[in-house]
Ligand binder design. Sequence first.
Ligand SMILES: Cc1ncc(COP(=O)(O)O)c(C=O)c1O
Length: 441
Amino acid sequence: MSLTRRNFLIRGSLSLVAGTLSSALAEPKTRNKVPVDFQDWESVRRQFDLAPDHIHLALFFLASHPRPVRQAIEQYRAKLDANPLLTVENAMFVQSDENIPLQVCRAIANYIGGDAQDIALTQNTTTGLALLYHGLPLREGDEILTTTQDHYVHHESIRLATERCGATWRKISLFDSYESISPDEMSDRIRKAIGPKTRAVGVTWVHSSSGLRLPIPRIAAALADVNRGRDEKNRVLLIVDGVHGIGVEDPKITALGCDAFAAGTHKWLFGPRGTGFVWAKPELWKRMRPVIPSFSSPDLFAAWEQEREPGSSARAAWFSPGGFQAFEHFWALPQAIRFHQDIGPARITARTHELNAQMKEGLAHMPNIQLYTPRDEKLSAGIVCFDVKGMKPEAVVERLLAQRIVASTTPYRVSYARLACNVVNTPQEIETALRAIRQLG
Ligand SMILES: Cc1ncc(COP(=O)(O)O)c(C=O)c1O
């Protein structure tokens, strides 16, 4: 770890050597040699190195890096290989605008409409959820409420966190049948399930089990109702797993009304694999307890050196897990955000919805198909789940793969076949996939 006084002292002399290095780091030369036309979906698609002989309908699983992200990773990797110590010292521990984690937080803040100081950098959604639930100021007897429709890592984060402190947790279903999903009923069910000991509600913005998109602002309003009359420490917090909404829906997630939001940036956002973030309201960070030592907080290091308690209340940077990591991936994240911003988040939302609507419309008219994802745009996003009657979902995926169409199954107790169309896909690809599905069963 480099934040010793000695290192601060020698930084002056090192910085002469490293001056050119750090400015090169701050502005990686990632501009594409072949100009991209961000208005042209075919040009956007050409930025990816995807196997051209497959139709990729599972890119939400893990991102393929677009060209600017690949280039940024490659440039940072070359710098790290050339001089690991100077590169890391100047990127990580310099307390100025050249600090790269700070730049990464600023890029995320600019995208989500928040403050860089309220963002912790994580490796994925899983780490983010674990940090959040383990960091909550839970006491024995407190309860966390969640739903039966959330992901394994969400439930496990809650189970492990509550087990440690004698808190409890409970799951409710948001609906009885896929045919009768209603935003009012979902928020109502949550509101009615909240008890006097409930301290947090954990939900998922877009379910990877069905493609259902939750009305988060409506759920937040229901919680606000419950919280009227509760004091700060008994407030019910709204925690959102946002991984399948970010990069598809309006990125200004701080307007959703939740208290905390965790997401990987390596799915829909096409960010470097192994990157993610947590955003939370500053008043929540203050009440939380960090779990993993941070390398982003000189104040914590100074407190350790001086053998004293940190002395102030917690803030987001205390929650970014420290230790050396795949820095070239983390540092390249702003390039993924820039890529999205260059295309235009609203255009990405419209295109993703359009392609998935085409898929749902096609499936809904096939007699051999049971479609689970709501056709209503307001209740869906980029994931489409279905069954081919009389066939196991794994068999559906296998048969599609035999035709070079990459699909997936949902990793839940009841599993479905799943397709996800994103901006690299074309309407022609959707038609080809629909033709293949029509012939199954
Ligand atoms: C809803 C949901 N949450 C969390 C995760 C885990 O994401 P990560 O790999 O970023 O930890 C997944 C995985 O796809 C998911 O579908």
